[in-house]
Write a protein that binds this ligand. Structure first.
Ligand SMILES: *Cc1c(COP(=O)(O)O)cnc(C)c1O
Length: 837
């Protein structure tokens, strides 16, 4: 409907001359700086210069974005909508300049302002609309989709406040709101004329239409407006610009007319808040959900607005004929968060377009595809039936109907097996019945995928085994990846340049070519250049750690890094125990074989996660004791970097020697931090978990430091787990526990770490920290031996980068497209390769 407006009057000239020439960048920058923003001086922060440059770049994106949209929508063309409650985008400027190939022009233009891109770029706030891996994966996927010229549109929420900012006070995490939009977000374009209405509350009634058919209608709802904000997503040097559409909630204009008319003008306006609350803040829980009503509202808000958007565009182009709708659409659900989309598409088809249930179900189950991200039981979303009934009454009816028909199918496969029906029901019975969102996603989708080989196998064998037996053909694996543009070309320009001098620049667009680096793994000159780059990158991190933590790192020492969300399963605690072990060795004078190392940890704890916050405090206390002990100085330094985010990672991963990927086997679905480090030539010390397994297979067992229990051993170990005995038998662990229990790290805070100590000593410790300690220490000793042989280490480092080709999100997205989405690229592959040359 709104699309027809555009045809009313196309402004002359613009549709044919959309791509602005590189040569005018200089003029455009000053025009935006002097006229759009009305500035004449560059301030200390370079904020306005950043905005002017962002607008200059955006001009170039907008033009290409319009053409890409036309290409997608003019012909009937299959496309994917990627639905995600999180997109952890980070900064956009440097990435856009790289992908548009404007580095030289930008550097030149900035000369007039006596500055460089590196400084200007620092004025940009991270778009932190995600918690961690899941949200960052969505961001990497968008980059790869655009680079592969695939018609994919991202749908998410424009949170007013993204992931909280973390500061550290006396070793404790302090959360501060992330007001990332305060200084403006120059990349987005709003389209209020395309706003959608999303229903909440109200009730449902039956009615009979003219032809005598029965229908249900959702009445007296309190509607909220979803206003789209479009963020351009440039492909790498291919003139494709896809769209990330983020929805903001707003009050409808007719809110509370009753109150208006009663003279309560201010009260009525105040009610706007309720609508605007929906997109106010990102829930900061990674891998666990907390069942808050507002979160369910966010999920339905995103799902409903996005599906309406797609359906309305279809109807505007093809009328109300949905017979081949499923041939042209895929909805990829990033975890269960948007799984309510299954019921919403059914509601729209059945209620709004009056299609038969069976026809609608065919369409829905041929368009929905679900990605599972975790096996942790606490992350499996369930919503109480009573909440659903109140907030989304019609949606609950649809879910009941889906369930009734599904259970009839189950009864055919397992006749008379009531237990099976209960186990598979979308509704979990009990005093407070719950809707199982993962089951809704599986039943409603034609594809269910895990995110690493082990993870998918564990899904099929465990959590979703009954569904796997019903529909084995639905299940497939798509091992995660990360974009080599941001995570190598952009964040590590020195290494990129070095790589390109040897194998050309094609690897940026075709990352499988990175394997050609193998040819140089023994080349002495190449080794020297490789080491020099690492050293320079380490110096950048030294500066960051100095300014943010006040800790003096030394680029001549080994950089040992664990940055990720703080979670017991990720076992930052095991890392701390090893640090204490090294400190103990130093105190005992056992330093002959110690390789001097700087250990960096970083990550946010969910604000309500007690143990994670304790672990942060422990890391900081241990760091403080070690850093002020002159004995330790030459051998060991420890820092906790506050506010770990995408931008911090861009400095961290190029500087890392040793990447810590030490989760309890079977708990980390994939991991993607592991891949960023590998690309940048770090060696991994890790368990056989998630994508670590595939990383080790790719680089070879000799180039990976393996330790710890394997996933298939974990259950047996737990059955006889006796950490007390392990502590008694293992001298090193015994000493570490003594130091910890003596209060050495909490002299003025007695009892502070009692809960951590109890967790390690508990026979019910699900994370098996004590079990894997000795094995971890042994692997760390192998690391020391390897690091002392610089040639050997450098060779392994080069081999890691050379073997990282598999872990490009381009590979992952090609597989999604080939196996699940079946999309045609907007540009011919051969033409693409020509263009990116
Ligand atoms: C890559 C990334 C993650 C995911 O890290 P894992 O080690 O896979 O948990 C989390 N947060 C940020 C900011 C990242 O860049």
């Amino acid at each position: 409907m709104a699309n027809n407006d555009e045809q009313v009057c196309v402004v002359k000239g613009w549709q044919d001359a959309p791509i602005i020439d590189k040569s005018t960048l200089d003029d455009d920058l000053s025009r935006h700086f002097y006229y759009t923003l009305g500035r004449d001086k560059v301030g200390k922060s370079q904020l306005y210069l950043y905005h002017a440059l962002a607008l200059t770049i955006r001009d170039r994106l907008v033009a290409r974005c319009r053409i890409t949209k036309q290409q997608i929508n003019q012909q009937k063309r299959r496309k994917t909508a990627y639905l995600s409650l999180e997109f952890l985008m980070g900064r956009a400027l440097g990435n856009a300049i790289l992908n548009l190939d404007l580095d030289k022009q930008v550097a030149q233009a900035l000369q007039s302002y006596c500055t460089e891109l590196e400084y200007v770029a620092q004025a940009e706030h991270d778009a932190g609309l995600g918690n961690g891996g899941l949200g960052r994966l969505a961001a990497c996927f968008l980059d790869s989709c655009a680079t592969l010229a695939l018609p994919v549109i991202g749908y998410g929420i424009r949170y007013e406040y993204g992931m909280f900012n973390q500061s550290i006070d006396n070793g404790n995490q302090i959360e501060q709101p992330d007001n990332w939009l305060r200084e403006g977000h120059p990349w987005e374009l709003s389209a209020p004329e395309q706003a959608k209405r999303v229903k909440f509350f109200g009730h449902v009634e039956s009615y009979t239409d003219k032809s005598g058919r029965q229908h249900r209608q959702w009445l007296d709802s309190q509607d909220v407006l979803a206003v789209p904000y479009d963020v351009p997503i440039p492909g790498y040097k291919n003139d494709i610009v896809n769209t990330l559409r983020l929805w903001k909630s707003e009050a409808t204009d007719e809110f509370d007319l009753g109150e208006f008319n009663a003279g309560s003008y201010s009260e009525a306006v105040a009610h706007k808040n309720l609508a605007e609350q929906i997109t106010m803040v990102l829930y900061p829980n990674d891998s666990s959900e907390n069942g808050k009503e507002l979160r369910l509202r966010q999920q339905y808000f995103l799902s409903s607005a996005s599906i309406q958007d797609i359906v309305e565009l279809w109807v505007s182009q093809h009328g109300e004929d949905f017979s081949d709708f499923a041939d042209y659409h895929v909805f990829q659900l990033n975890d269960t968060h948007p799984s309510i989309a299954v019921a919403e598409l059914m509601r729209i088809l059945v209620d709004d377009y009056e299609l038969d249930w069976d026809v609608s179900w065919q369409i829905t189950t041929n368009t929905m595809a679900y990605t599972n991200h975790t096996l942790l039981p606490e992350a499996l979303e369930k919503w109480s039936v009573s909440l659903f009934a109140r907030l989304l009454p019609r949606i609950l009816e649809v879910i009941y109907e889906i369930n009734a028909r599904f259970l009839a199918e189950v009864a055919l496969v397992w006749p008379g097996d009531v237990a099976k029906q209960q186990a598979l029901s979308l509704i979990e019975e009990g005093p407070e019945p719950q809707v199982r969102m993962a089951y809704l996603a599986i039943v409603g989708s034609y594809s269910v995928n895990g995110v690493a080989a082990l993870h998918t196998e564990l899904l099929k064998a465990g959590l979703f085994n009954d569904f796997y037996q019903l529909w084995p053909e639905k299940f497939n694996n798509k091992t995660n990846g990360v974009t080599p543009r941001r995570w190598l070309a952009h964040c590590n320009p020195k290494l990129s340049e070095l790589i390109s001098t040897k194998i050309g620049e094609q690897w940026v667009a075709d990352f499988s070519q990175i394997s050609q680096l193998r040819r140089y793994y023994d080349d002495v000159d190449f080794h020297q250049a490789w080491q020099a780059v690492k050293y320079t990158n380490k110096q950048r991190l030294v500066t960051l750690v100095k300014t943010r933590c006040g800790v003096e790192f030394d680029a001549n020492m080994m950089f040992d890094v664990q940055v990720k969300r703080i979670h017991e399963y990720k076992r930052q605690l095991l890392n701390v125990l090893h640090i204490i072990h090294l400190y103990d060795r130093i105190c005992q004078g056992d330093t002959a074989n110690i390789v001097p190392r700087c250990v960096l940890l970083g990550g946010k704890a969910a604000p309500g996660y007690y143990m994670a916050k304790k672990i942060i405090k422990l890391i900081n206390n241990v760091a403080e004791v070690i850093n002020k002990d002159p004995k330790a100085m030459p051998f060991l330094r420890v820092a906790f970097l506050p506010n770990y985010n995408v931008t911090a990672m861009e400095t961290i991963c190029p500087a890392t020697d040793l990447s810590e990927q030490i989760s309890t086997a079977g708990k980390e679905a994939s991991g993607t931090g592991n891949m960023k480090f590998m690309m940048n030539g770090a060696l991994t010390i890790g368990t056989l978990d998630g994508a670590n397994i595939e990383i080790r297979d790719a680089v070879g067992a000799d180039n990976f430091f393996l330790f710890g229990a394997r996933a298939e051993q974990v259950d047996d170990i737990k059955a006889h787990y006796n950490p007390e005995q392990l502590i008694q038998q293992t001298d090193s662990l015994h000493k570490v526990m003594q130091l910890l229990e003596s209060g050495h790290f909490n002299l003025f805070e007695p009892g502070l770490f009692d809960d951590i100590i109890a967790a390690i000593r508990s026979p019910h410790d699900p994370w098996l920290v004590a079990h894997d300690f000795a094995s971890f220490v042994h692997a760390q000793e192998q690391v020391e031996i390897a690091y002392q042989d610089t040639h050997h280490w450098t060779k392994m480092s080069i081999l890691n980068t050379a073997a990282s080709g598999l872990f490009s999100s381009d590979r992952t997205i090609s597989q999604y497209s080939d196996d699940i989405w079946h999309l045609q690229p907007l540009i011919d592959k051969a033409v693409q390769q020509q263009q990116s040359k």
